[in-house]
Design a protein around this ligand. Sequence first.
Ligand SMILES: NC(=O)c1ccc[n+]([C@@H]2O[C@H](COP(=O)([O-])OP(=O)(O)OC[C@H]3O[C@@H](n4cnc5c(N)ncnc54)[C@H](OP(=O)(O)O)[C@@H]3O)[C@@H](O)[C@H]2O)c1
Length: 283
Amino acid sequence: MSISGAAKLAGIMGWPVAHSRSPALHGYWLERYGIDGAYVPMAVKPENLRRSLQALPLLGFAGCNLTIPHKEEALRAVDDLEPSAKRAGGVNTVVINARGQLIGSSTDGYGFIAALRVEAPAFDPSRAPAVVLGAGGAARAIVAALLDHSAQEVRLVNRTPARAARLAKELGGEVRGVLWEKRAEALTGAGLLVNATSLGMEGQPALDLALDALPNGAIVNDIVYAPLETPLLAAARARGNRCVDGLGMLLHQAAPGFEAWFGVKPAIDSGLREAVLATLHKI
Ligand SMILES: NC(=O)c1ccc[n+]([C@@H]2O[C@H](COP(=O)([O-])OP(=O)(O)OC[C@H]3O[C@@H](n4cnc5c(N)ncnc54)[C@H](OP(=O)(O)O)[C@@H]3O)[C@@H](O)[C@H]2O)c1
């Protein structure tokens, strides 16, 4: 698709950035809606993040996404933060406002909840405890989103207990740290199990977790999306649990930025899923 001299501009900053699916994702929407715009990958070294962000309004960009390793540093590099970024402890979306200021937000928690609503509409976080594995950036956004949606109790299981304890303290609410060794027992009575560790990802060890204590009615959500069907999801599916894969969160978290930059609320449909899945199979 060709673009004019008046094209709206956005993109993603990461280091490295070549692995990112965001250009394919936003490119699909730009084409689908016939928008005069472009979304480009920007390989930005950590030491250049601040200057690169500050250059965006000067270059006429509408904003950008941020990926590893920039999300945390961006908290200090933007002009103002939406509450979502403070809560998630990182920025993944920057929108430049009418005054040329960089406004940082995090859409990971929104993406997580939106995907869950589509895939498991009956799920109500206030009804049963949620078990979240991991205490990294993604886990933090997910736990915050669950608490913001009236989660009854979050059992936070992490290999490094101090990291889980710190996160529980920062987020407040009903978050209880659980030792990694006790992860199988933590599933008793749970309504939701989320894998937010990197275990199960291509090139990483599988997640070693016995599901016997998990109620059959519980939802199992693995946010790892490469591969899409992780060993955890396969095991959960085999015993009858409803499963949510990691692609939904990835697609939904992209929508608020696209709407802010390009002025169209994009649909998350099977065409988009196929387009992004095709990029996953290329790696
Ligand atoms: N679907 C989506 O939209 C989406 C969005 C963001 C991230 N993700 C995926 O989510 C995963 C986590 O991302 P992140 O950004 O949160 O990463 P991160 O900040 O590096 O956190 C990694 C987490 O995995 C745990 N972990 C790593 N190796 C482990 C092992 N051998 N045994 C036990 N725990 C281990 C870490 O535990 P310690 O604290 O003990 O090190 C930590 O809790 C990645 O696979 C990423 O691709 C998906």
